[in-house]
Write a protein that binds this ligand. Structure first.
Ligand SMILES: [Fe+2]
Length: 233
């Protein structure tokens, strides 16, 4: 039966990585039983994109005022292992505000919420697999995984292709972040080269004079250079 290929081992984070403590209770304790995908998983429900709104990919224009923080452009391509574009992929992101606070009921980090920042956006990749967001640089935040644990600044991404089981989730980091070597989530990826693929590249061509710094981040869906995704091992 036709199925979507499962990732090759290596380059992807393991399901169980004990230094990431909340993952201990979440990871399966027995070997996975792999089942063939069913027809309904492959053909439906076809992910029906609600119309993408004008400000869905610009998190700085979703409220009456502009959010506080460092305005950035995050853009790149969704490609396969040969660099061919994967068009029409739904790219969603969520992130903390510039102070490291999520607009979420369980986030009680004593940093200010920003009335002009929700922290969620989405875009559809074009024919060439290009996507683009305008947002603000997220702040680091504490997360109690271990004493004095702080997450490096990051943006969460979800990609959805032609059906719901094609959903992939990952996190993007920023260059030269001093917290990265101490972060159990990014460090759970065994291969250092794969870890580096989760760090966006500062990009002059995306940087807009006197307005925003640009970062490039490509998603490689499979193959040797695949982006590390969560829960794929
Ligand atoms: Fe986060």
């Amino acid at each position: 039966m036709k199925h979507y290929p499962r990732p090759e081992p290596g380059g992807q984070p393991p399901l169980l990585h004990p230094p990431y403590t909340s993952n201990i209770r979440r990871a399966p304790s027995r070997p996975l039983i792999q089942l063939p995908h069913t027809l309904s998983e492959l053909t439906g429900p076809l992910y029906g994109h609600n119309p993408i709104g004008e400000t869905d990919n610009d998190l700085t224009r979703q409220h009456p005022g502009e959010p506080l923080g460092e305005r950035i452009v995050v853009a790149g391509r969704v490609v396969d292992e040969d660099g061919r574009p994967v068009p029409h992929t739904l790219v969603e992101l969520w992130q903390s505000n510039a102070a490291g606070r999520y607009r979420h009921s369980v986030d009680n980090h004593p940093a200010p919420l920003d009335p002009n920042f929700t922290g969620a956006g989405r875009a559809i990749a074009d024919e060439q697999g290009n996507y683009r967001f305008v947002t603000i640089k997220p702040g680091a935040y504490p997360w109690r995984n271990h004493p004095n644990a702080w997450r490096p600044a990051h943006i969460h991404f979800s990609l959805v292709g032609p059906c719901f089981i094609t959903r992939l989730i990952t996190q993007m980091y920023f260059p030269n972040d001093p917290l990265l070597p101490f972060d159990p989530i990014s460090q759970s990826i065994p291969d250092e080269r794969a870890r580096l693929r989760l760090i966006a590249q500062f990009d002059w061509s995306l940087t807009q004079p006197e307005w925003a710094l640009g970062y490039r981040f490509d998603f490689v869906l499979r193959g040797r250079d695949a982006t590390p995704f969560e829960g794929q091992s």
